[in-house]
Design a protein around this ligand. Structure first.
Ligand code: GDP
Length: 442
């Protein structure tokens, strides 16, 4: 999960404040010391941490506490706002040139995820009704051209290549002409990477930049490399000038240092995040949502967006109706599970729900394999049993367990959970009705 260690430590520290009615200067100081340690352990740049702590401390003492908040909540609010500011305040979108094609030049070290990210970006642009062209300019690693072609095939985007015998400068120019001729409105250039920054690489990138004048130079950095990623970003920026950063591998057990320092050090925004190896595991980077996720306040907006692009609206409406009339059955449960699976690994989805970060998630031990068992159990029920679970007596439970390759205990557990869910829904519905009566929710 995202920034697990950092998230847990910050949440622990801040929850200690939350419970206090009054905060002394000593409380704040102690909390800030813990926040500082947590950030340093997450490999955040030392200077960035120092500035951050100073800003939060100044505000915690100086700001007037909003009436609706306790002093502890107020400090949490400040930390949330400052974390957001650290990562760039608001989402920084891609820009497009007024005269197509818009050219994006992708740069970064070998292994950072550049080629994969080219494909992800192409898919993202296609979703925005653009017609991208991928350009293979990494002529030094023979497999790179093939890799880009494979990625292009996956997202159904053409790949322009001239093999490995032509200079990257020439290839990039020819690619732009090709895009013009074919009416393709965006060009994504996959440049060569090295294991380390070297002069030859930088020279080549400068030449490509001069030849095609890209709208944006996007630096791809591996967030797992922490502060090294930030050093790389600094050097790339100094030598060729970058317009934005794409952080990859935010799904791994990255500590958070890169995400939290790269913007402050380079003054360039993080535009996207790679959150998995698959082509659609890619999302625009929202500093505010990321800060909320780190502090365990959830990220309902991303969750809703994810749901909107994956959930069948008609089905969702039907489900809501069933919930209202309390006709929710195991068939609906199965349907819901399948829709949830479309949204990605359960742990990733749950992380976005407020209060579901860190420890809570661990206690829940969400395991996608468990979903498979649940599905199997439901599929082993008869139609009558699915719509009327009350029927499921001892011998039926045994039959279902055998049929689904699970145990009677697992079947019992699911039946119990289902009953609880039904009860909870009823409570929600009654609560909502009560509120409506009481004049709210109008
Ligand atoms: P390049 O050398 O910079 O072009 O890097 P590649 O695109 O070949 O990627 C290097 C490795 O990182 C591959 O195994 C990718 O699947 C993997 N990778 C890229 N982006 C992500 C990401 O966001 N998350 C994870 N987990 N792996 C990624």
């Amino acid at each position: 999960m995202i920034f697990e260690g950092l998230s847990e430590k910050l949440q622990n520290t801040l929850s200690k404040l939350k419970s206090k009615g009054k905060l002394t200067e000593k409380d704040v100081k102690e909390a800030m010391r813990e926040v500082k340690l947590a950030l340093l352990e997450a490999d955040v740049n030392f200077k960035v941490v120092k500035d951050f702590i100073k800003r939060v401390s100044d505000r915690a003492v100086g700001d007037e506490v909003m009436e609706s908040l306790t002093p502890g909540q107020h400090v949490i609010k400040i930390v949330n706002e400052e974390l957001t500011a650290l990562m760039g305040s608001s989402q920084s979108k891609l820009t497009f040139s007024s005269k197509p094609p818009t050219i994006y030049m992708m740069v970064g070290l070998q292994g950072s995820g550049k080629t994969t990210t080219c494909g992800k970006l192409a898919k993202h642009l296609k979703k925005q009704q653009k017609s991208p062209l991928l350009v293979a300019c990494d002529i030094y690693r023979p497999a790179a051209i093939q890799q880009l072609k494979t990625v292009g095939g996956q997202v159904d985007v053409p790949v322009f290549s001239m093999g490995d015998g032509t200079s990257p400068v020439h290839i990039s120019k020819a690619a732009v002409e090709h895009a013009n001729r074919q009416g393709l409105d965006t060009v994504i250039i996959d440049t060569a990477g090295r294991l380390h920054i070297d002069e030859l690489l930088m020279e080549e990138l400068q030449q490509i930049k001069a030849a095609v004048k890209p709208q944006e130079i996007l630096l791809v950095v591996d967030s797992m490399t922490g502060q090294d990623a930030v050093n790389v970003a600094e050097q790339f920026h100094e030598q060729i000038g970058i317009d934005g950063v794409i952080l990859t591998k935010l799904d791994g057990d990255t500590r958070g240092g890169a995400a939290l320092s790269v913007r402050a050090v380079t003054q360039k925004p993080i535009k996207f995040a790679g959150i998995g190896e698959k082509i659609d595991e890619f999302e625009p980077f929202h500093p505010d949502r990321m800060a909320s996720r780190i502090l365990g306040m959830g990220d309902m907006l991303s969750l809703i967006e994810k749901a909107q692009s994956n959930i069948d609206l008609k089905k969702a409406q039907e489900l809501e109706k069933k919930m209202r009339t309390q006709q929710f059955t195991f068939d609906d449960f199965l349907d819901q599970l399948q829709q949830m699976k479309n949204m990605g690994p359960l742990s990733q989805v749950l992380q976005m729900i407020p209060g579901m970060g860190g420890k809570q998630l661990k206690n829940l031990e969400v395991d996608d394999r468990e979903l498979v068992h649940i599905e199997a159990i439901i599929q082993s029920m008869t139609r009558e049993e699915r719509s009327n679970p009350g029927l499921i007596n001892g011998s039926r439970r045994k039959r279902i367990a055998i049929g689904s390759g699970t145990s009677i205990q697992q079947v019992n557990k699911l039946l119990k959970q289902f009953e609880q869910t039904r009860k909870m829904m009823k409570q929600f519905m009654d609560m909502e009705k009560g509120m409506k009566k009481g004049g709210r929710f109008k």
